[in-house]
Design a protein around this ligand. Structure first.
Ligand SMILES: Cc1cc2nc3c(=O)[nH]c(=O)nc-3n(C[C@H](O)[C@H](O)[C@H](O)COP(=O)(O)OP(=O)(O)OC[C@H]3O[C@@H](n4cnc5c(N)ncnc54)[C@H](O)[C@@H]3O)c2cc1C
Length: 637
């Protein structure tokens, strides 16, 4: 199958305007005839639901949590990018576009990224109008700070709680529509399958997580906004409920999955400190504006940081990358931290940590200033580690954080299944092989507030929709399959807990498909995951019953999907015989140990089509055509 990204013709800067003009419209009176299902109410889903309802469509919004306010988006700390150039430091739409394409190691679509940069400015205006309390400078203008991979300050922030504030804005807009009767909320529902009628996405099957009831919901289109799958690694900075289930089940129904092996490992997280830990905590990238990363020059130096003189410290990022210093992109910073620890220069009890030191910033700007900027992050660090980062450097280490892979979408955000749209972290996104900090919130809100509301109209206006109520045989059959799977999980009655399987899967993924990969390791991981998956279906123990609140059952379904999906990640990593961004295959590196791309053979989006149980998936390649930027070896020196 030829993957058509449906990139509009014409000059880059005019594509989106032209496309919006050319898209068919649904007239206001007709919009109320369409029902749209939105799965997920994080930033992407809440913004899409609110905007679609405001336009006049009937929206049904679903989420796992008891309220949209608890979506994983609430955890976002550092900020959201926009090319406003308020700092007057040389930013522009073009620069944000270029930084993002380069940051992603030239593995994203030019046209999508340019649109993202264009729309970024409108997002900020929209959010300010909603009342988001962005930080301001002394003159009252919105303040900006810097994030990795950029030499300008373009990140808007609300202390270290930007995601929370943005989500409250999108949530309020959504609840206004619930009040107006245009949107209906279905909390505590988990989508377990997609229903296709006549080859089009026409509904979903969900489990009511309180009663256990399996419900069917129909609509004219479905938008998946279900977030990222970083929890396949068991330990990650993601919320505990983040999962791959909705996307994976859609993949099994025919939606292609793109670049699944592109996982972002964030350089600044609180290191793992125990075997029974189930969650890792991020220390926002914004901290690298003022914090300096260092390790002792001599391997094995166990002195306290205060006792190590300047001359015996290695500020390795500043030394190696003088132009970007501590603000190199995440993939680069993470790999360098690993390299230092591999050389025996890591600090702390495990030797798997580096310092992030604020002593110079406090001396220069005063403790008050640092507290104003990062107070809540410092407090969080102290609560978790028991150490005061105003007095002693933080200890940090890379951890799984974000997934650039996701369901394939065209320029209209539509997957390979007609009528199935995918937004936010769930799609394969605009970030290529590495996402720059503060770009996920930008993309999620761009998709929800400003892209889908136009493109879905183009789809609805151009299609005809035969009746497809929840009594249609396709709904009955899909419901039967979902029910059978739930019953199977409960009937195994084996000896190992769901978490036990999940933890083992996470170890395999981290070891062989983590910060660095190689072909032997990936081959080995494929075999290990296959046998773990077989064992799961014979030996997992899921206590409790179906018709009740049953968190073990919920987790079992998600882990079952993670197990199959983990294998797809490995297959993808093996197929991409190059290094790019976060995908670092040790066999492909420059003399300076940077990722070495192979543009001749791998300048494409790798998209996988489900082949059936026990069959290998089929690879489809969407070539990436760069007409406006030159493909170069990424350099942050
Ligand atoms: C600690 C942390 C800090 C971050 N900080 C930043 C930052 O400062 N700036 C930035 O740009 N990015 C940041 N990110 C990344 C960013 O927060 C996420 O990429 C983004 O919020 C994802 O939004 P989303 O709407 O796509 O998905 P999510 O917010 O993950 O929402 C997913 C939604 O889908 C629902 N869902 C999932 N599966 C199902 C299912 N099967 N059935 C029904 N509902 C389902 C969930 O209930 C939820 O409502 C951070 C990430 C982390 C982990």
């Amino acid at each position: 199958m030829e993957l058509d990204g449906k990139i509009p013709s014409g000059p880059l800067a005019e594509k989106w305007d032209r496309h919006r003009f050319e898209l068919k419209l649904v007239n206001p009176a007709n919009k109320r005839k369409y029902d749209i299902i939105v799965v997920g109410t994080g930033l992407a889903g809440a913004s899409a639901s609110a905007t679609l309802a405001e336009l006049g469509y009937n929206v049904k919004a679903f989420c796992i949590q008891d309220s949209p306010r608890r979506a994983h988006s609430i955890a976002a700390q550092g900020g959201i990018n926009a090319a406003k150039n308020y700092a007057n430091d040389g930013d522009s739409i073009w620069r944000l576009f270029y930084d993002t394409v380069k940051g992603g190691d030239f593995r994203a679509r030019e046209a999508n990224v340019y649109r993202l940069a264009q729309v970024s400015t409108a997002i900020i205006d929209h959010c300010v109008a909603q009342g988001i309390p962005f930080a301001r400078d002394y003159g009252g203008l919105l303040a900006n700070r810097s994030f990795g991979g950029a030499q300008v300050s373009r990140t808007f922030y609300a202390r270290g709680q930007t995601g929370q504030q943005l989500l409250l804005g999108a949530y309020s807009a959504l609840m206004r529509q619930v009040g107006a009767g245009k949107a209906e909320m279905f909390p505590r529902r988990e989508m377990l399958d997609l229903v296709l009628v006549g080859g089009k996405a026409r509904g979903i099957v969900v489990r009511n997580l309180i009663t256990g009831e399996i419900e069917r919901h129909s609509g004219h289109a479905v938008a998946l906004c279900t977030g990222g799958y970083g929890n396949v690694y068991f330990l990650s900075t993601n919320a505990m409920a983040s999962n791959v289930t909705a996307c994976y089940r859609a993949y099994k129904r025919g939606a292609f999955f793109s670049n699944p092996c592109f996982t972002q490992i964030h350089p600044t997280c609180i290191p793992v400190h125990g075997t029974y830990q189930s969650k890792l905590t991020l220390m926002s990238e914004s901290l690298r504006n003022d914090g300096r990363v260092w390790v002792p020059k001599n391997p094995g130096d166990k002195r306290r940081p205060q006792d190590i003189p300047e001359s015996e410290r290695d500020y390795y990022l500043e030394a190696k990358y003088p132009s970007f210093g501590n603000l190199v992109p995440r993939d680069v910073a993470s790999r360098n931290a690993k390299e230092q620890c591999d050389m025996g220069k890591g600090v702390g009890e495990t030797g798997l940590a580096v310092y992030l030191d604020f002593a110079d910033a406090i001396k220069r700007d005063g403790r008050n200033v640092i507290e104003q900027k990062y107070g809540n992050l410092f407090q969080m660090y102290e609560k978790i580690t028991g150490e005061n980062p105003y007095e002693t450097p933080m200890m940090i280490y890379p951890a799984v954080h974000y997934t650039m892979g996701g369901l394939w979408v065209d320029y209209n955000l539509m997957s390979t299944i007609p009528g199935l749209f995918v937004l936010g972290e769930a799609n394969f996104s605009d970030h290529g092989a590495n996402r720059l900090g503060a770009s996920a919130l930008m993309q999620g809100l761009a998709d929800g507030y400003f892209v889908l509301p136009y493109t879905i109209g183009g789809y609805l206006a151009a299609e005809s929709f035969p009746e497809a109520s929840i009594d249609h045989p396709a709904f009955r059959e899909t419901t039967r399959e979902v029910q059978a799977r739930v019953e199977q999980l409960l009937s195994i009655n084996g000896k190992r807990t769901v978490d036990d399987f999940h933890r083992e899967l996470g170890h395999i993924m981290w070891e062989y498909c983590g910060m660095a990969r190689n072909n032997d390791g990936l081959d080995k991981a494929k075999g290990l995951i296959r046998s773990l998956c077989s064992e799961f279906w014979e030996n997992v123990k899921v206590p409790g019953v179906e018709a009740d609140l049953n968190q073990s059952l919920e987790r079992a379904g998600r882990v079952a999907d993670f197990l199959e999906f983990g294998e797809l990640m490995i297959i993808d990593a093996l197929a991409r015989q190059e290094s790019c961004g976060c995908h670092f295959n040790e066999d492909y590196q420059t003399e300076e140990n940077e990722a070495k791309r192979d543009d001749e053979n791998f300048c494409h989006v790798a998209s996988w089509e489900y082949g059936g149980d026990d069959k290998e998936p089929a690879l489809h390649k969407e070539p990436l055509d760069f007409q406006n930027v030159e493909l170069t070896q990424r350099s942050y020196k």
